[in-house]
Design a protein around this ligand. Structure first.
Ligand code: NAD
Ligand code: UDP
Length: 481
């Protein structure tokens, strides 16, 4: 552009001489070119506006908060970090550039004005499930292109169909037990049935998903499977998903240089002897129990993830997720929050297993999604506990459900299932310090949001009323009947 202007100026400075004898040379055009915009600026007071604008922009930039707890500003921080990365435009420089960006102070929330974040290509396995679909919503909202890979074992198209037609969204019906090749920057690996009812349904499929890997993994797996198969022939499904499925996704990460995040679980701590559970605790898992297809499957998945990191330099992240609830949970998946909410809405007794004194800590799904994204985009591998430290006995939870939905709901005690952990509560110090993350939504605030969704799905009530209002009126209604 500049050269074009200079050329034009030069051209005007040497006009054709066909003007005749009366021709008087015009004043020097080069100077005119310089002075004309200047004179215009001064005359119209444009210079003043330009200077004031520049001063305001600088002030804004300097005063922008250097850190914030809100995810909005966090997203902006990631945006600036990723924009820097896009300039380098190479997978293998991701971590380095992220760390560099962090050290330059961008991660804290300052966004250089005018820099637009380049969207990432992200695959979410299990993206049609409960947690996955909420994660997909957030990734799409921040401008990424998302490919959901799901076999719909426990997931539903309805959870993601609001993205159909969006060019940034793709849905592939695929079982992660089979290999898959996709060009992506990040892989969130969630595919795995998470409720005891579902994972006990086909346990072996849950764990085998790690089959194709290094020789050492293969040998380990054979021994592992022989033990498992001899003991629990019905466990094939869950094992397959956790072992072979995770191996396939790690293989994909290795081939395309993508960053890989595993959604592990608090179940890796088994029936914990340490309370609350810290990431350094190795757990107390029954390796041959009915829950072990899930617990051991996830422990193997963690092992494979770290082996791929150490052996193949894959960038990995591990999240240990504690009990999570929210809209889009499977209504009859047997998990305690979904059971109690559905039972209270249907006017059935709340089924408390055992004496109801066992504890869990319940996290609202949006808090988890924020934690997963921070983990993926940050520079720490983990494992990180992602959960809400608010601890409840099952009887206390039943009481909260009664308060929220129906004070007259009855409680019915049932025999407990085998190997049920007696207590569970995350120590989230590490996530607080290294990811700047902590949950924001307490149970009494999150539950009404889930109740609203369940009410719509159970009774087909599509009125968009305020969750708390709906809850109150429902409670009042049942109380008076
Ligand atoms: P979910 O059952 O709702 O979602 C799992 C999704 O994975 C479903 O859409 C399912 O169809 C899909 N899937 C299962 N096997 C598959 C396979 N072989 N191939 C392709 N897709 C497959 O469960 P969720 O609660 O959303 O859990 C998501 C992840 O988080 C799981 O890995 C789970 O272990 C982990 N997690 C969840 C919780 C929780 O409380 N929700 C707690 C700890 C860990
Ligand atoms: N539970 C219960 N009633 C139910 C379902 C579950 O009392 O209808 C108990 C279960 O025994 C366990 C706790 O609730 O102690 C949490 O169970 P869930 O299956 O939700 O999660 P997990 O055991 O995997 O933490």
């Amino acid at each position: 552009m500049a050269s074009e202007l200079i050329y034009r100026g030069g051209h005007e400075a040497h006009p054709p001489t066909s003007g005749g004898a009366g021709y008087t040379p015009k004043p020097e055009k080069r100077l005119l070119w310089l002075s004309r915009p200047l004179r215009y600026l001064l005359r119209e007071q444009r210079l003043l506006f330009v200077l004031v604008g520049m001063a305001l922009a600088s002030l804004l930039f300097i005063l922008a908060p250097s850190s914030s707890s809100s995810y909005g500003s966090y997203s902006s921080a990631i945006a600036s970090e990723l924009a820097l990365r896009s300039a380098m435009d190479h997978h293998h420089h991701y971590q380095r550039s992220a760390v560099e960006a962090a050290s330059r102070g961008f991660v804290g929330g300052k966004v250089p004005l005018g820099i637009k974040r380049k969207g990432l290509r992200i695959v979410v396995t299990g993206g049609a499930g409960f947690v996955g679909s909420h994660l997909v919503d957030q990734l799409i909202a921040r401008g990424d292109s998302v490919i959901v890979v799901d076999n719909f074992f426990t997931g539903r198209k309805e959870n993601v169909m609001h993205h159909f037609g969006n060019p940034n969204f793709e849905l592939i019906r695929h079982d992660v037990v089979e290999p898959l090749l996709l060009e992506v920057d990040q892989i969130y690996h969630l595919a795995c049935p998470a409720s005891p009812v579902h994972y006990k349904f086909n346990p072996v499929k849950t764990i085998i998903s790690f089959f194709f890997s290094f020789l050492v993994d293969f040998v380990f797996l054979c021994v592992f499977l022989v033990v498992k198969l001899a003991t629990f022939p019905l466990c094939f499904g869950l094992h397959k998903t956790n072992v072979v499925g995770t191996l396939n996704m790690l293989g994909l990460a290795k081939r395309v240089g993508a960053r890989f995040l595993l959604t592990s679980t608090s179940e890796v701590y088994g029936d914990p002897l340490q309370h609350p559970q810290v990431e350094t605790y190795w757990g107390n898992v029954n390796p041959i129990g009915v829950r072990s297809c899930y617990d051991e499957g996830k422990r193997t998945a963690e092992t494979l993830t770290m082996d791929y990191h150490r052996g193949a330099q894959i960038e990995v992240r591990i999240a240990r997720i504690f009990n999570t609830y929210g809209p889009r949970m499977c209504i009859d998946d047997g998990r305690v929050v979904s059971n109690f909410v559905a039972q209270a809405l249907r006017k059935e007794p709340l089924t408390v297993y055992g004496d109801g004194k066992q504890t869990r800590s319940f996290q609202y799904v949006s808090d988890l999604v924020e934690g997963l994204m921070r983990l993926m985009d940050g520079e720490h591998i983990g494992p990180f506990n992602l959960g809400n430290p608010g601890e409840f006995t099952m009887l206390e939870l039943a009481k909260v459900v009664q308060e929220t939905i129906d004070p007259n709901a009855k409680i019915e005690f049932r025999a407990n299932t085998a190997d049920d952990p007696h207590k569970r509560k995350p120590d989230i110090t590490k996530a607080k310090e290294m990811l700047g993350w902590e949950p924001k939504i307490p149970l009494r605030q999150g539950l009404p949001l889930m109740v609203n969704d369940f009410r719509k799905r159970i009774f087909g009530d599509h009125s968009d009323s305020n969750p708390s209002t709906t809850t109150t009126s429902k409670s009042t209604g049942s109380g008076s009947s």
